[in-house]
Design a protein around this ligand. Structure first.
Ligand SMILES: Cc1cc2nc3c(=O)[nH]c(=O)nc-3n(C[C@H](O)[C@H](O)[C@H](O)COP(=O)(O)OP(=O)(O)OC[C@H]3O[C@@H](n4cnc5c(N)ncnc54)[C@H](O)[C@@H]3O)c2cc1C
Length: 491
């Protein structure tokens, strides 16, 4: 099924419990904090179905059409189809939606390509995994994931010492029907706009944390689930002109709380197995498929950042200065390098789930490392090019409502060939992308969405063929030694 945007909006009116501070939100599709964000998600569903996109962005199996992010790739063409689908989604949102519907779906699709892994955990879990994948693709489910314990709750001993209950999500009961969940998980980006959350653990658990190992899909409107939003930037956007990105593309982040939430066995894929709770992502194509989407999304965001950089330098008449062109050239090289890394992932694809092809894991982790480590630096370089421009603009565009003020604004702020309003439009967007609270959240997102930096470096460390390179070193060193007659008598 390929759902429409309106069907997606309707699916969010499921009685979910969403809070902004102490205020409950009745309907996320009409609330001023979330309505434009909800429409951005709906737009993706509609554009995917449009005649010019449907062939690339969906595939047919047994007479039904499904979104391409559920495609299990068997050929290079399949990989290209998936990548182009991610690219279109990201280009329509400038890479500002990290949890667009193709992100978590790619993780789940990668997991379902290795049902045998789940059978190692217990009989029937493999079938459950494939069942959840089928449920997602058949209903075009949009999912977020909450795969981290809350900050501070990673040392259960600390709580036990104080006689407190560890707040992280765990199984507190089980019966013939399923498990009961209690606790909290971080950090459901786009939980407000998603149908379900994939609950699990992307960080390794200690052997004693078996009850926390639960991995399952949970509808966000389920009884007992509540979603506590961070400050919504859309609500604080002055107008679309003043905060064009926060106005439309705040995907939101929320803590998700579970109070006596019942999950049927058919939705459980890991239970009482601390080790496998994390291993499933790295022993299947899951982690690679989900993070390939992130690489592609980042590239589209970089395109917007570079377009802003170039526009601002032209606007300020500094684009001809060699030093400024060098800065733009350095940024251009980074963008092209990332593009090549993405392309290389497909060209040098690998088989690491029998019968399927996947993008090159090592190149994907290199791209992920680049994105995580250099986003701040890229933004900083473009902010340097902005100079004090954003602060020379009036507080907001309402300045043009008064005819006299508008005349003054145009007289003093315009330059030959550019009206004051045009200049302000560019600088407001630039600031929303690089300096506003919305931009600050993006800086944090790019640093942490794939886990902390040391983990991201660890992925590259683990997958380099060190032995092969050291064998080359050994071979070279084996060709020479200290000449025998140079060796003094050490005794
Ligand atoms: C905007 C945003 C959106 C997010 N969206 C999601 C989401 O949708 N789903 C989800 O599940 N999670 C999400 N996350 C959570 C994200 O995965 C975590 O923030 C990330 O894994 C880091 O964990 P933490 O925030 O608890 O930081 P901590 O683990 O507390 O780390 C804090 C700092 O200490 C450092 N540190 C900690 N341990 C070590 C160590 N052993 N060695 C060296 N340094 C260490 C870290 O590198 C970091 O700099 C999101 C985070 C952000 C910021």
């Amino acid at each position: 099924m390929l759902k429409t945007g309106e069907e997606h909006l309707e699916s969010l009116r499921d009685g979910r419990k969403v809070y902004i501070g102490g205020t409950p939100v009745d309907d996320v599709t009409s609330h001023p904090a979330f309505r434009n964000g909800a429409r951005s998600f709906a737009m993706l569903y509609d554009r995917k179905r449009a005649p010019e996109n449907v062939d690339t962005m969906s595939f047919e199996e047994d007479g039904e059409r499904y979104s391409s992010w559920f495609l299990m790739p068997k050929t290079k063409d399949d990989l290209r189809k998936r990548t182009e689908t991610h690219r279109r989604i990201a280009s329509w949102t400038h890479g500002l939606l990290g949890r667009s519907p193709d992100h978590v779906a790619s993780f789940v699709t990668g997991l379902a390509m290795r049902p045998d892994l789940f059978e190692e955990i217990g009989q029937g879990f493999g079938e459950n995994m494939v069942g959840y994948y089928r449920h997602m693709r058949e209903n075009d489910v949009c999912a977020t994931y909450t795969v981290l314990p809350p900050q501070g709750a990673r040392k259960p001993e600390m709580y036990e010492r104080e006689g407190m209950t560890v707040p992280t999500l765990r199984v507190t009961d089980e019966d013939d029907a399923g498990v009961t969940l209690n606790g909290m998980k971080m950090l459901g980006t786009s939980a407000i706009f998603a149908n379900e959350t994939w609950v699990g653990n992307l960080l390794p658990l200690g052997p004693s944390q078996v009850k926390e190992s639960i991995t399952c899909g949970v509808p966000l409107g389920a009884e007992g689930v509540s979603i506590w939003s961070r400050k919504p930037f859309e609500q604080h956007a002055v107008s679309e002109f003043d905060n064009p990105l926060a106005y439309r593309f705040d995907e939101t982040d929320s803590m998700v709380i579970f109070k006596d939430v019942k999950v049927p066995w058919e939705r459980v894929v890991v239970h009482d197995n601390a080790e496998m709770s994390r291993e499933i992502y790295v022993r299947s194509p899951s982690h690679v498929m989900g993070n390939h989407q992130s690489n592609v999304r980042f590239l589209e965001k970089m395109k917007l950042i570079l377009a802003v950089a170039r526009r601002v330098t032209d606007m300020n008449n500094v684009g001809h200065i060699p030093a400024v062109q060098t800065t733009l050239g350095n940024l251009a090289a980074k963008l092209s390098g990332l593009e090549a890394m993405i392309e290389g992932q497909i060209e040098n694809c690998e088989e690491y789930a029998p019968g399927y092809l996947n993008v090159n894991r090592r190149y994907m982790y290199a791209a992920l490392h680049f994105c995580t480590m250099t986003y701040g630096q890229i933004c900083d370089e473009v902010r340097e090019l902005l100079g004090g421009g954003p602060f020379q603009m009036p507080a907001d565009i309402s300045v043009v409502k008064d005819p006299e003020m508008r005349r003054t604004f145009e007289a003093y702020w315009s330059v030959p060939g550019q009206s004051a309003i045009e200049r302000m439009k560019v600088l407001k967007l630039a600031w929303d992308l690089l300096g506003s609270e919305f931009a600050g959240r993006h800086a944090q997102y790019e640093k942490f969405y794939a886990g902390p930096g040391f983990l991201v470096s660890g992925y590259s460390y683990r997958h380099l063929p060190w032995e092969e390179y050291e064998a080359g070193l050994d071979e070279t060193m084996s060709r020479y030694d200290v000449p025998e007659d140079w060796l003094g008598d050490a005794d």
